[in-house]
Design a protein around this ligand. Structure first.
Ligand code: FES
Length: 171
């Protein structure tokens, strides 16, 4: 009788150890499958516009693409399809890839246009293609959300971004 009880105990103990081992193995496998925190957040780029001067362009990257942000000057025309307000100022933003064949245009501050070195494409500071040059449409705008008075996060679609998309589809 005592032998049977000992066997039962040993069976339960072994079963418990096997169960704990299986759970530990599952936790380890899940850790392996889960992306690292840095990868999860890799789709987002935070931009702080603190200290930007009127007319200044700041370059950044979002998902490997070149993105510019420009602070509009007082008196510049504001386009609901291309510009947004952050704090007391207006800004425009775009993915700086030519919509003709994908070259990277350069900002020519003396002319205040983006000039594409490949085939002479031109874009305004707002990222709108200039008629008579090869690009068929404006720069794409990355999805963004505004956080506070000085920060935007690229990769998340906020109300300002949605409003710009709506304005451009109505234009
Ligand atoms: S790729 Fe820019 S003009 Fe052709």
């Amino acid at each position: 009788m005592a032998d049977v009880k000992r066997r039962d105990f040993l069976g339960m103990a072994l079963g418990g150890v096997a169960g704990v081992g299986a759970i530990a193995a599952l936790v380890a496998m899940k850790k392996t499958w889960d992306p690292l925190p840095s990868v999860v957040s890799a789709g987002f780029t935070t931009v702080d516009v603190t200290g930007m001067q009127e007319g200044e362009i700041r370059d950044t990257q979002w998902r490997g693409k070149p993105v510019y942000i420009m602070k509009k000057k007082a008196g510049d025309s504001i386009s609901p399809a291309r510009d947004f307000q952050l704090g007391d100022s207006y800004y425009c933003i775009g993915i700086k890839i030519c919509t003709h064949l994908g070259c990277i245009p350069n900002w020519k501050s003396n002319e205040e246009i983006f000039h594409c070195p490949c085939h002479g494409g031109q874009f305004t500071g707002d990222g709108v293609n200039i008629a008579g040059t090869p690009p068929p449409r404006p720069f794409d705008i990355p999805p963004f959300v505004i956080k506070g008075d000085t920060t935007l996060v690229l990769g998340e679609s906020g109300v300002e971004y949605e409003a710009m998309l709506k304005a451009s589809s109505n234009a």
